[in-house]
Design a protein around this ligand. Structure first.
Ligand SMILES: Cc1cc2nc3c(=O)[nH]c(=O)nc-3n(C[C@H](O)[C@H](O)[C@H](O)COP(=O)(O)OP(=O)(O)OC[C@H]3O[C@@H](n4cnc5c(N)ncnc54)[C@H](O)[C@@H]3O)c2cc1C
Length: 448
């Protein structure tokens, strides 16, 4: 180990890992050091599946080998301070390293709401720490009654996986439906219906007032006075960016996260910030937006790495489109960009198009699944603002395609005349390709 590196990365999850991988791929001559707190870094997105699908936390490890193979050095330690004048960092184990460029990818930690009882035994938040996840995994497997507070994507994915263990699971959500921050109501209702058929109880429009128990949790009390018995409570109500290191170093902080420019540079040109700790701006209106996703973290990591590596391409982050995917009870759901309700809230005059088809052709093919696509366009200019879909696994790629189309300012006319490939075992039929059919539906409405 040396004491001076071209690039030092703090944090080794989605953002830091991708930055290290990309930097060494683009510029193998750079000396890159990655410092992360955790001995065993978890794949964060698969954490809900530790309930039933993944046998142990060790099956969910982000492997070091690809980084080591490229020559990235890894130190397991906590960075306690940054000396910007001397361009050095100091760690908890007393190590000191000098950097040319520094990347902050310190991520986020779960938010604990200020309600009584969150300190009781049996109450968990969903951290990314291996030791705590092991404890949580054991606790939910032993529990009979589990209450999940929060019906966002982490809460519903966890409840879905817990239902595979035949546990008595209740989701308590403050909004009228689960996943309403990600999906329009008609898709959110489908998610709830699937969960209900799997035995999950869903209480919406409900606020948790307190978690009850002596030393260990016994129940959850709602604001209407009702109580739900519980052996384990999982609080999944969002995360907060880890910005204390940046704050201590005197870097500029935005609304809640580290302020960055379009190249992911902080207020210090030698320090970049990426992933959950870095501020994101909406692709549509430029205001701060909480799109804390691994896909966004990895994208920002590539932008920062390309700029540090000296690529002379305009690798700017012009705002986060927000592409979201999940799978509930075997049904894929996804959304890119704005939902119809979010677009209207922002002030867009919108036109939507819908299509329903099957994901293979003919529909008699074994394993065929119903697939629905909804596209949201601005009436002015016909620009694609968002898309949602549900169905089989093709939904993932539909949504990723829609995400790029939004990023590239594609219109409904472009989609209507899109060129594409089909195959009976791989895609919907060429005559009923849902993205085109939904664009056509919107076109028809626009002309009528
Ligand atoms: C349960 C769950 C499921 C999710 N599912 C999805 C999904 O399906 N798709 C998706 O796109 N996103 C998903 N997300 C969101 C995604 O996981 C995050 O957006 C992503 O992990 C952010 O990556 P990051 O590297 O910025 O931060 P983090 O993953 O938070 O990692 C930050 C790392 O930095 C380390 N660190 C912090 N401070 C220091 C320090 N001072 N010194 C050294 N190391 C430090 C931390 O220990 C941590 O390892 C999910 C999140 C959770 C919790």
């Amino acid at each position: 180990m040396k004491d001076i590196y071209d690039v030092i990365i703090i944090g080794g999850s989605a953002a830091g890992y991708t930055a290290a991988l990309t930097l060494k791929t683009l510029r193998n001559d750079l000396d890159v050091l990655l410092v992360r707190v955790d001995e065993k870094a978890q794949v964060p997105c698969a954490i809900p599946y530790l309930a039933a699908t993944l046998e142990t936390c060790d099956k969910n490890i982000l492997p070091d080998e690809p980084l080591k193979k490229l020559g990235v050095e890894i130190v397991v330690d906590e960075v306690l301070g940054i000396d910007r004048e001397n361009k050095t960092i100091e760690t908890a184990k007393g190590l000191k390293f000098r950097y040319g460029k520094l990347i902050l990818s310190t991520g986020s930690t779960p938010f604990t709401p200020p309600i009584e009882g969150t300190n009781l035994k049996g109450v968990y938040t969903i951290t990314k720490k291996w030791e705590i996840l092991q404890e949580l995994q054991k606790a939910v497997r032993e529990a009979k009654k589990i209450v999940v507070i929060g019906g966002g994507f982490i809460g519903v994915e966890l409840a879905d996986d817990l239902s595979n263990l035949k546990k008595d699971v209740t989701i308590v959500e403050i909004l009228p439906h689960c996943l309403l921050l990600n999906l329009d109501e008609e898709f959110a209702i489908k998610v709830e219906e699937i969960l209900k058929t799997k035995g999950v109880k869903i209480m919406t429009n409900c606020r948790v007032e307190a978690i009850l128990g002596k030393e260990k949790v016994e129940a959850v009390k709602l604001s209407d006075g009702k109580t739900i018995p519980a052996d384990v409570v999982v609080v999944a109500v969002g995360v907060r960016p880890n910005i204390s290191l940046a704050e201590k170093a005197g870097l500029k902080i935005g609304e809640r996260s580290i302020a960055v420019d379009e190249y992911m540079r902080t207020s210090d040109p030698n320090i970049y910030a990426i992933g959950d700790c870095a501020e994101k701006r909406s692709f549509f209106i430029g205001t701060p937006t909480p799109a804390l996703l691994a896909s966004v973290a990895a994208f920002e990591a590539r932008v920062a790495a390309a700029n540090i590596a000296g690529l002379r391409l305009p690798r700017t982050v012009l705002g986060v489109v927000g592409v979201f995917l999940t799978n509930i009870g075997g049904e894929a759901f996804g959304a890119a960009g704005l939902t119809e309700s979010a677009a209207k809230r922002i002030g867009f005059d919108v036109i939507t198009g819908k299509a329903e088809t099957v994901d293979r052709h003919p529909g008699t093919m074994p394993g065929t699944r119903k697939t629905e696509v909804k596209l949201i366009f601005s009436k002015d200019g016909g620009y694609l603002l968002g898309g949602e879909a549900c169905g089989g696994s093709c939904v993932g790629e539909f949504i990723n395609l829609i995400g790029l189309a939004i990023q590239k300012h594609v219109t409904l006319y472009d989609l209507y005349t899109m060129q594409y490939g089909t195959h009976p075992l791989l895609t919907p039929s060429p005559i009923a390709y849902p993205i085109i059919a939904a664009a056509l539906d919107a076109y028809k409405k626009l002309r009528s």
